[in-house]
Design a binder for this molecule. Structure first.
Ligand code: HEC
Length: 130
């Protein structure tokens, strides 16, 4: 019995020793939850980084490029002459068509999180220099 108790004690000691060599940071990383949730009203880490409206270029690269970058479905490419007749109808018409959708041009250019100002900035980016 004494031997068994001794063996148990040694075992516990060994376990304790390994545990104590771990630093707490390492342990915290290992037991950290896989994902994080944010309760309503709490600020998400990603949201904290976003500041102010996105630039026209950012909106273009995030959404409009899918069609306007390649000319898919005859979407006018940035800086292309195809924009001339569209510009001629006035910026407000282009903005309205972008917000509401127009033929194969989807509403908000598929950017569901965009404000109307951000859409306008993306139009300015694409028509720059035309
Ligand atoms: C799914 C493809 C697609 C995406 C994504 C897309 N567009 Fe378009 N867009 C089109 C097509 C196709 C047209 C041409 C529609 C036509 O004239 O029949 C068009 C036309 C336009 C026009 C001209 C409208 C007019 O009055 O002549 C503007 C402005 C425009 N897009 C802005 C945007 C902006 C800004 C984004 C991104 C936020 C965007 N588009 C994303 C396909 C797309």
């Amino acid at each position: 019995m004494k031997k068994l108790t001794f063996a148990l004690a040694m075992l516990l000691l060994a376990v304790g020793a390994t545990a104590s060599t771990d630093n707490n940071e390492e342990l915290a990383k290992r037991i950290a939850p896989v994902g994080q949730i944010y309760v309503a009203g709490q600020q998400a880490a990603a949201a904290e980084q976003a500041s102010g409206p996105r630039s026209g270029e950012q909106v273009y690269n995030g959404a409009c490029i899918a069609c306007h970058g390649t000319g898919a479905l005859n979407a006018p490419k940035p800086g292309a002459d195809d924009w001339k007749p569209r510009i001629a109808q006035g910026f407000d018409v282009m903005l309205k068509h972008s917000i509401e959708g127009f033929n194969n041009m989807p509403a908000m250019g598929t950017c569901a999180t965009c404000s109307e100002d951000e859409i306008a900035a993306a139009i300015r980016f694409m028509t720059d220099g035309v």
